[in-house]
Design a protein. Structure first.
Length: 219
């Protein structure tokens, strides 16, 4: 079987546009997911039970349903509720942020609970408020310890962007599938796509390992 990878070279602009969408969506969803996840983590640790129950209900709900269903909700159902279309990109972005926030919430909550209580007590004894202790003492250490796990979740998020085909977005994988079917070069294009995903995810996993070793040394 003779393989001709010239089809990949000839369609690099299309594939690049798809990769650009995948990376932009990953970066924005990662930022929004971590921010919302941090807020939810603080709410889950709140001494006010209704607040903690609300955050727990949010997390359990989104962790119990598949991401593709969340994408369908925001692309098909939300426009019917608000009376106007959301747009495929923003529908996908909102869905990813809300979905990833549930996972980052649990990661951040575990990181916060991993900080010794003695440090909080010592900070409070100096006259700091609970909010100041959380901002200046707990969260910086927690985020440093959580970085490897958060990066691992980011790799999963990047891989999950391939699901945006359900809302008619052309990410890298969707663009590759279109090129493969149009030019009848399924083997060549999918080999190229697999190599690209492997290089990106393998490099990111090595970065996770490097961060993990740095965190362990700092301890």
């Amino acid at each position: 079987m003779k393989l001709d990878f010239s089809v990949v070279w000839n369609n690099l602009p299309i594939l690049f546009d798809g990769m650009q969408l995948s990376l932009v969506l990953t970066a924005l969803a990662l930022s929004g997911g971590i921010l919302l996840g941090a807020i939810l983590a603080v709410l889950r640790l709140s001494p006010l039970r209704p607040v903690a129950w609300f955050a727990a209900g949010y997390v359990n709900t989104f962790r119990s349903i598949p991401l593709i269903l969340v994408l369908f909700w925001f692309y098909f159902l939300v426009p019917l509720i608000i009376g106007r279309p959301v747009g495929p990109f923003y529908a996908a972005l909102i869905a990813f942020v809300l979905f990833e926030a549930a996972y980052y919430c649990e990661i951040i909550r575990a990181g916060i609970q991993g900080i010794p209580r003695g440090q909080r007590a010592a900070a409070l004894a100096t006259g700091m408020t609970q909010a100041q202790v959380m901002r200046h003492v707990v969260l910086p250490q927690a985020f440093r310890n959580m970085t490897p796990v958060m990066l691992t979740q980011a790799i999963i998020l990047f891989q999950d962007t391939s699901l945006v085909y359900v809302v008619t977005l052309y990410d890298f994988m969707t663009s590759a599938a279109i090129v493969a079917q149009r030019d009848l070069a399924i083997v060549e294009v999918y080999i190229f796509a697999a190599c690209v995903y492997f290089c990106i995810c393998f490099t990111a996993s090595r970065l996770v390992g490097w961060f993990k070793s740095r965190v362990e040394v700092s301890r």
